[in-house]
Design a protein around this ligand. Structure first.
Ligand code: 5GP
Length: 210
């Protein structure tokens, strides 16, 4: 059994539905905690400070970088986004699997620093579906939507660096698929080093006839 939780990154193109997926995953299963990111982007209608994001100005964000308060950070479509360190560390220590809903650059930084991180990439079934979802949610200007589509075109090349690619076609099925992948990932040897070390010790002793 793993005492600590695992770090799970959920990335995907803007508009892939990761926000809804992650919300439903947390509603349905109680072994997850969601990391709340810090950002310099403007608050959208319905978003709450400290819940959706910690909304800060550039000065505060840069100060947090200097103080080494972020696990990772990246610039995305003209704004900074980053993961505050303390909350994530506390939740992992309490045995929670911590979900980071972050973009590709940040995901790859995290994987490099913490190789046991599980990287999941969520995509809609097609590019057409992606642009339709972005337009339907009606939260960005057409210019911003096109920036997000260009960014998606760049992000495609990084998908192969992820551990799993999940198609978000049916949301409820996708939630269960994510949960099953995360549950199985706990048993990957890379996340079972404590057990492997214990077995090694025990078998060393037994093999010496002690
Ligand atoms: P949005 O502006 O649509 O809320 O987020 C834009 C992108 O930034 C999304 O892909 C989202 O997953 C990503 N993002 C949100 N928080 C973080 C973070 O803390 N770090 C990084 N690297 N990306 C983030």
């Amino acid at each position: 059994m793993n005492k600590n939780g695992i770090l799970v990154v959920v990335s995907g193109f803007s508009g892939a539905g990761k926000g809804t997926l992650v919300r439903k995953l947390l509603e349905k299963y109680d072994n997850y905690s969601l990391s709340v990111s810090m950002t310099t982007r403007n608050k959208r209608e319905g978003e709450e400070d400290g819940v959706s994001y910690f909304f800060v100005d550039h000065k505060k964000f840069e100060q947090t970088i200097i103080e080494d308060g972020l696990l990772e950070y990246a610039s995305y479509c003209g704004n900074y986004y980053g993961t505050p360190k303390d909350y994530v560390k506390k939740q992992l220590a309490q045995g929670k699997d911590v979900i980071l809903e972050i973009e590709v650059q940040g995901a790859l930084q995290i994987k490099k620093k913490y190789p046991t991180t599980l990287l999941l990439f969520v995509t809609p079934p097609s590019g057409e579906e992606l642009i339709t979802r972005l337009r339907t949610r009606n939260t960005e200007t057409e210019e911003d939507i096109m920036r997000r589509i260009s960014r998606a075109a760049e992000e495609v090349d990084s998908i192969s660096k992820y551990d799993y690619l999940v198609i978000n076609d049916n949301i409820d099925e996708c939630v269960d698929e994510l949960h099953n992948i995360i549950a199985s990932a706990h048993n990957a040897p890379i996340r079972q080093q404590d057990l492997i070390d214990r077995l090694k010790n025990e078998l060393d002793i037994l093999s010496k006839g002690e």
